[in-house]
Design a protein around this ligand. Sequence first.
Ligand SMILES: Cc1cc2nc3c(=O)[nH]c(=O)nc-3n(C[C@H](O)[C@H](O)[C@H](O)COP(=O)(O)OP(=O)(O)OC[C@H]3O[C@@H](n4cnc5c(N)ncnc54)[C@H](O)[C@@H]3O)c2cc1C
Length: 427
Amino acid sequence: MTNSLSRRTFLAGATAAGVFAPALVQAQAQARLLVVGGGFGGASAANYARRAFPWLQVTLVEPQTSFVTCPYRNLVLSGQKAVGEITHSYDGLRARGVRVVHDYVTGIDAGARTVRLRGGETIAYDKMILSPGIAVRWGALEGYDEAAAQVMPHAWTPGDASQTLLLRRQLEAMPDGGVVGFAIPGNPFRCPPGPYERISMVASYLKRHKPRSKIVALDAKDAFSKQGLFQDAWNELYPGMIDWVPANKDGRVVRVDAKETVLESEFGQRHKFAVANVIPPQAAAAIVRDAGFADQSGWAPVNPVTFESRAAQHIHIIGDSNIPGPMPKSGYIANSTAKQAVASAAAALRGEAPPNPVYYNTCYSHVGDEYGISVVGVFRPNAEGTAIVEMPNSGGVSPRGALPEQRRLEALYADAWYQSITRDMFA
Ligand SMILES: Cc1cc2nc3c(=O)[nH]c(=O)nc-3n(C[C@H](O)[C@H](O)[C@H](O)COP(=O)(O)OP(=O)(O)OC[C@H]3O[C@@H](n4cnc5c(N)ncnc54)[C@H](O)[C@@H]3O)c2cc1C
């Protein structure tokens, strides 16, 4: 007994001391993981890297000193949440041993494995997780530039909440009986159900405070996520208030006139609004495109198993910047794929194969007070590892015609999801 225990103790000690694999132990001890972007993908990656692979030295570069989530911003618009309730500190990541650098990556040298920061520092890495999110494609709608966004806010990117608060103030200042306009982009874009949750939460605000007002939603598509569920809820909760105009009824906005608060459609109809929320066409964040990691679509192709960039070795691109196949550009997918990207990077550093992944998504939407709906999907790489596919019979949407109790429960599930995922990122 004593002999056997001593042998085990010796073996553990010998491995830790590098008797059997000195090069591997040394490589692990010095491995540097750089995470760029401290949002859904990046914060999840930094957190999991420290929790699952404590031998990794993890640095996170993020310009904002706190993170205001996009999820639940629509409830700030309706008045049900305050910005403080959706703002998260990076202290939890620091406590986990992540070096958090509040700066902005201005250049990537994939050959030398270094990045340049706006503040002048150069950071070297062995593996990088790049999760900088989206950029607005300024000018893709004629007349929609940064100045126009100060009149017709998009409120679609994280960072400070100034765009969301601007939209909120505009709704508060609008007269009862005014018309709120929405311009909604074609696919792909961040958060497929997000515009329709936003329409719902603006309707919720108007119903309470300005009940004679209306909403006109001009859409570049003919169909949208959870459409039947949203439209059932609109008829039930906000009868006669919301007019959704699909592309085939000239809903596609191509031009904006910020001076007049006018959205102009493909066939020349000019819609004047009291308040206009322009959700513009999007692309991968600037750093991804500037580094040459995006293709002509404006998004970055990646390996579906490891999320390594197709254009650069040792750089894993996760979150909304990449081309995710059938997966939505969602916070949940950014979080789920962050874990796989970190595990793949760690495996490569140890000379091992990446794990066999499954990616999960649930997108909840609030449609009214205590009224929630959801869509669920489960995804994995195909057998050849060449593409991501949805697993057959794995997902679905909330049932139509459900009892109010079920909608109330889904609103509670949404709140629990938010608590859980933000803990998973930041705690
Ligand atoms: C209104 C709305 C509601 C939503 N609701 C949901 C929801 O209910 N559920 C859900 O799953 N998803 C939801 N989403 C989608 C979700 O917000 C995104 O899918 C998610 O944020 C993507 O994560 P990301 O890491 O790619 O980008 P982000 O979370 O946007 O993080 C990117 C970070 O990178 C930083 N960054 C950018 N460039 C650089 C650089 N060069 N150097 C350093 N840092 C940089 C940015 O400052 C930012 O903090 C919603 C989105 C919107 C707009």
